[in-house]
Write a protein that binds this ligand. Structure first.
Ligand code: SAH
Length: 350
């Protein structure tokens, strides 16, 4: 795969073509229409990285396609396995830029967490990725490659994908949507839209656009505080999108889609876990379709922030549920290998 990979650097990734464009291309090459489906099944469905592996495709056609197109693929730079069975990978792309992704198996299912950017420009105060700045945005293919890499390594298909690794998906909207569609496509990976979750720190124009997409993708919002001054401090990158505006936008999102958004809330001792913060969170979410995900803050090297106690987390859950807000405490996976939320950064490559 390696040598092949380098020769094909500047070729367009065939997997990014829509089914219709691929059909048109193949028909123009004198092929029957059904070839498009066959080719895409190999490329996306079976993750082959060379056209030669497409055994039911005529040899001549395989060669012509290989001249114009690539099939993606990443190189693994490093990996770690957690006691809980999840695996974190550092994978690199053609230009040497690398990102992290995580595979989390449970009861015959495989959930994959992928990055949408190398680094992140949002600078959230409690997040390891934010501390290192943005390197570059990823392409759709580079996002899908993370999924196929992890899935191949576990030797099972990915049943859900969360766009919760490094980067801000809505700062890279088009590529993110492209990746969602490749993952969702029935001739591709065939992962149901509801099992594809995008998490945003709250970029309002992105949320508005996302509400209008026809697919039933799942949306998560990183909230972390419903008090404006606290949120500004914790999440300076989204200061210009006020909580009031976010609240309105999410009401419109629910009205337009009928889907339940989730809100991530990492409890930080003394910052966003006070009674005042809890009341603000209840006000923000009560009477909406919200699902609140309470996360106990994961340790980030050199950070002044400390997680709240389990008892405090449980108090949050009780108060929210009493107000009719569906709430869960998310058990972080992969904390022993720094693979949990907010712990991803390019330790190896930088
Ligand atoms: N940029 C997007 C996608 C990243 S998702 C977003 O902000 O939603 C990663 C999730 O982990 C986000 O909810 C993020 O706020 C959260 N997170 C970051 N640092 C964390 C930490 N130290 N402990 C727990 N969660 C953290």
């Amino acid at each position: 795969m390696e040598s092949n990979h380098h020769e094909t650097i500047r070729r367009k990734d065939l997997r990014t073509l829509s089914q219709r464009d691929l059909e048109k291309l193949l028909v123009d090459m004198g092929q029957p229409r059904f070839r498009a489906k066959q080719v895409m099944e190999w490329a996306l469905g079976r993750h082959v990285t060379s056209f030669d592996e497409m055994t039911n495709i005529p040899q001549g056609l395989r060669e012509s396609l290989a001249q114009s197109f690539s099939l993606g693929g990443v190189s693994e730079v490093a990996r770690q396995e957690s006691r809980d069975g999840s695996r974190k990978y550092v994978v690199s792309f053609d230009d040497g830029v690398s990102v992290e992704c995580v595979g989390m198996p449970s009861r015959g299912k495989l959930s994959v967490c992928i990055s949408t950017q190398a680094g992140c420009g949002m600078a959230c105060a409690f997040c390891a990725t934010g501390a290192h700045g943005l390197r570059r945005s990823l392409t759709s293919s580079e996002m899908v490659d993370q999924v196929t890499h992890v899935s191949d390594d576990f030797n099972t298909r990915a049943t859900s994908v969360v766009f919760m690794g490094q980067g801000e998906p809505f700062a890279n909207y088009d590529a993110t949507l492209g990746a969602l569609r490749m993952l969702n496509s029935p001739t591709g990976l065939g992962i149901g839209a509801r099992h594809l979750t995008v998490s945003t720190c709250g970029i309002i124009p992105g949320i508005r656009k996302f509400s209008k997409e026809p697919e039933q993708f799942t949306l998560a919002i990183s909230l972390h505080s419903a008090v404006q001054s606290t949120r500004n401090l914790l999440m300076p990158g989204v200061k210009r999108y006020s909580l009031l505006h976010l609240h309105e936008t999410m009401a419109d999102y629910v009205a337009a889609t009928g889907r339940r958004p989730s809100y991530e809330y990492a409890l930080i001792s003394g910052f966003n876990d006070t009674d005042n913060e809890l009341s603000a969170l209840v006000d923000f979410t009560a009477g909406t379709l919200a699902h609140v995900n309470i996360i106990r803050l994961n340790d980030v090297e050199g950070s002044k922030f400390r997680p709240s106690s389990q008892a405090r987390a449980e108090e949050f859950v009780r108060r929210l549920e009493r107000a009719g807000v569906e709430t869960t405490i998310r058990n972080s996976r992969g904390t022993d290998i720094d693979a949990a939320c907010g712990q991803l950064h390019q330790r190896v490559s930088s």
